[in-house]
Design a protein around this ligand. Structure first.
Ligand SMILES: [Zn+2]
Length: 421
């Protein structure tokens, strides 16, 4: 299930970080430190910051992790498979679609199977925090919400998330309520029961808006805020209210909303926190980045309210911007899904079968010191290290799409580097 990656990659303009970059395709974010981006800080946090200087923080983030439907069917404890979709009546049909393209998938598969080569890369990188957008409900409910596609994973398969040491599941997306409020509450309790932090959904508005806080070595915190925008297809009715469960839905993508969000985050952050703002926004296909998304991200960064913008919803990766030293991942793309062979022919040019894991390293002053992109291909419901041909395709595609944001992705031999222009 594993294959060797190409040699390690380097960015000449940045300090050498041999541990991280030893593995395969890797890109470096080249970014000037931005020392002027702090919000209000308490005195006590200033003292802690001084004490913890020198502690780097490495994050692993990725886009949609869809462990429901067909994926759930190959795990040790599959859900009852009935679907009410126009193209499939059983979740196991998605397993058959994948098998018709790439060959048989053993059932049951171990919990680590779907993560494939990414597990070894995660182990090697040893990130301080692993953050995913969990694009499914975790529930035994048999009452789907009235929509076209309803994803669920059995709570008994929760170890499929634990096996990858996921620290935080962002839940502000258009599938977490696929099985209604009951399904959302079961998702929350299942993750809580396994000590997986959540962001972006909750039992009421305050809980949905509350950040996940991940303590790292040296008392530095990774603080994750989860938001959804209706541009990703999240229904307005899914918004959490003062008295009802739901997602942390942005009322708009206007500058006014961005300023409010930024002020709230900046006012509560500590000086040495690494703040991740995770937003489910935009359509599933196409490279165009909504101007409102860019303006929203810039406003947060200008206010010192975002060290990493973790965008998702697109089924394929979008361009990357390094703005004032802060990475904006406009769309991380799907990481794990069951779409293999299931009629996405119209979108083949986007290569939705290719996935990227993003390793982001911050130095002691919160400056970005490294951005590594780990590419995989989903085959037989498993992540495989991407081939050199596919890496080259990703380089040229992401370079083209990042160029408009002043960022280049350059292939040198087997190396891929991110370089702001
Ligand atoms: Zn989505």
């Amino acid at each position: 299930m594993t294959q060797a990656r190409p040699p390690s990659l380097r960015c000449s303009a940045m300090a050498e970080k041999p541990d991280l970059s030893r593995r395969g395709f890797l890109a470096r974010g080249l970014a000037a430190a931005s020392a002027t981006m702090l919000g209000g800080c308490e005195e006590s946090s200033d003292k802690r910051s001084a004490e913890t200087m020198g502690k780097e923080v490495t994050l692993f983030v990725c886009g949609d992790v869809m462990l429901g439907r067909g994926i759930d069917q190959i795990l040790p404890f599959p859900s009852e498979p009935t679907l009410s979709e126009p193209v499939a009546s059983l979740a196991v049909d998605y397993v058959r679609y994948a098998e018709s393209i790439n060959g048989p998938i053993s059932r049951p598969s171990p919990f680590g199977y779907v993560w494939g080569d990414a597990l070894a890369d995660l182990h090697a990188a040893r990130p301080n925090a692993t953050i995913v957008n969990l694009e499914t409900s975790i529930t035994k409910s048999k009452n789907p919400a009235p929509k076209l596609w309803n994803y669920k994973m059995s709570p008994a398969n929760i170890d499929c998330i634990k096996v990858a040491n996921v620290d935080c599941c962002v839940l502000a997306n258009n599938h977490v309520l696929d099985w209604g409020v009951k399904g959302l509450l079961e998702t929350l309790s299942t993750l809580e029961g396994k000590d997986v932090a959540v962001a972006g959904a909750g039992a009421n508005r305050n809980e949905a808006a509350a950040p996940a806080i991940i303590d790292t070595d040296g008392d530095r915190r990774v603080v994750v805020y989860g938001f959804a925008a209706t541009t990703s297809g999240v229904p307005g009715a899914w918004a959490a209210t003062n008295t009802s469960p739901g997602v942390n839905l942005l009322p708009s993508l206007s500058r006014g909303t961005a300023v409010k969000v930024a002020r709230r985050i900046a006012a509560s952050r500590r000086r040495d926190d690494i703040v991740v703002v995770s937003i489910h926004w935009g359509s599933n296909w196409g490279y165009r980045v909504d101007k409102r998304h860019r303006a929203f991200a810039h406003t947060l960064i200008d206010a010192g309210a975002c060290d990493l913008l973790h965008g998702h919803s697109s089924h394929h990766p979008l361009g990357i911007e390094i703005y004032r030293g802060r990475p904006i991942l406009y769309g991380c793309g799907d990481f794990i899904n069951d779409y293999e062979g299931s009629g996405m022919e119209d979108y083949e040019r986007y290569r939705g079968d290719l996935s990227i894991g993003y390793l982001v390293r911050f130095g002691n002053d919160r400056a970005l010191t490294e951005l590594a992109l780990l590419p995989y291909q989903m085959r037989r419901f498993q992540l495989h290290s991407a081939s050199e041909i596919d890496i080259a395709w990703l380089q040229s595609t992401l370079d083209r799409e990042s160029m408009r944001f002043g960022t280049r992705i350059i292939l040198r031999g087997s190396q891929l580097n991110i370089v702001p222009q």
